[in-house]
Ligand binder design. Structure first.
Ligand SMILES: [Zn+2]
Length: 128
């Protein structure tokens, strides 16, 4: 069995999230975890990666690395903590395509996406 992440509408805000896939897994715990291959666009975060290792899914396959939250290699390799899980992890599969997909998603192809907020620079109080 394979579970994919997807682009979801959540409360009027669009989100590319691994969480719905996790929710799906948790809601349907009728099958054996070791038969599940989790295939996602972006490297799961530390928390999700740890959960998947504890569930002992068969494999985690992802495209783009997640340099901010990645739990397979980028921030922390949780397989070093759950070394007995036997989970196969492969990253960087179609990484360029995954990044392009995310960029396209966040660059206006989703009309329901929130408007990007421009940060106002706080001006220093120097008159020099
Ligand atoms: Zn996560």
């Amino acid at each position: 069995m394979m579970i994919f992440n997807s682009i979801n509408q959540m409360g009027g805000r669009a989100a590319v999230s691994f969480a719905p896939a996790m929710t799906g897994i948790i809601n349907i715990y009728l099958f054996n975890w070791f038969q599940i291959d989790v295939i996602v666009t972006v490297e799961p975060c530390i928390m999700c990666s740890s959960a998947l290792h504890q569930m002992k899914v068969r494999s985690i396959v992802y495209g783009a690395a997640n340099s901010r939250f990645g739990g397979c290699e980028s921030v922390l390799d949780v397989s070093t903590i759950h070394s007995d899980s036997g989970v196969s992890v492969r990253g960087g599969i179609f990484a360029d395509e995954a990044v392009a997909l995310l960029k396209r998603f966040y660059e206006g192809t989703n009309l329901n996406a929130p408007k990007p907020k421009t940060k106002k620079r706080k001006l220093d109080n120097d008159n020099g």
